[in-house]
Ligand binder design. Sequence first.
Ligand SMILES: [Mg+2]
Length: 286
Amino acid sequence: MRNGYSGRRTLITAIGLAAALPALSADLPAPSPDDNLNAVLWDQTSVEAQANALGAYTLGRIRLDEALADKAWTAAPVEQTGNFQDFPPAIILDVDDTILNTSPYQARNITAGTSFKPDTWTQYVNAQQDKPIAGAVEFTQYAASKGVKVFYVTNRTADEEGPTVEEMKRFGFPMGDNVDTFLSAKEQPDWGSAKGTRRAFIAKNYRILLMFGDNFGDFTDEYKGTVEERQKVFEANKAHFGHDWIAIANPTYGSFESAPYKGDYKLPPEMQRQLKQDALKPWDGK
Ligand SMILES: [Mg+2]
């Protein structure tokens, strides 16, 4: 609430901060603008991001119990065919920014003035600097305690599997015991970055109760279209969200970001920015 007291306090705090921050002096350059600054700041420092993820994983427990009790329940209507009712239960989670927070990599790109590159990404994965997303370890442990197999379907590559699995074990994620539950991209010839073939592989032997992801592609293979096309696919699948598909918020990257420029990463950054700005629907100021 804005009142006289908090106004004075804000002023005093601002004076204190200015004294404590010599970097703001005129002889040092201002940091370069970066389109991702607020998103990464939110992702890395905000209690709101943690609160959001905790809410999602708390909902996950409720839905898991409901799904276990209902043998007709499946979260993968496209991939789950035939008589799946008596298959053992499983859940599928994406890894990056669904269970592991990769914000140190995104933050590094801001402070170093760089952008995503496969080689720096692999270096980052090898450095094992991720943190678990709030609620993810506890939720997956809860699922495992109920006899649910916890699968991780990730677009990290087979080369990146070793350091990632090490990190996940250290955090306490259930790793499948004698079943390979970490399904990386291209581990089999038909496992591309679209995840449907991996969902289908799991669905052959398990009833899929829930899916978790931060990107539309963690739920459907129809995630790569324009903003309007994605909206249509979303509308058609709306009933899944909050039910058997649970999304973790990630404003820092994803197929939402590339949709306005149709995933054409070769376009100059200024052009990408222009197309993103063109996708906004601004108030006309009247
Ligand atoms: Mg992800």
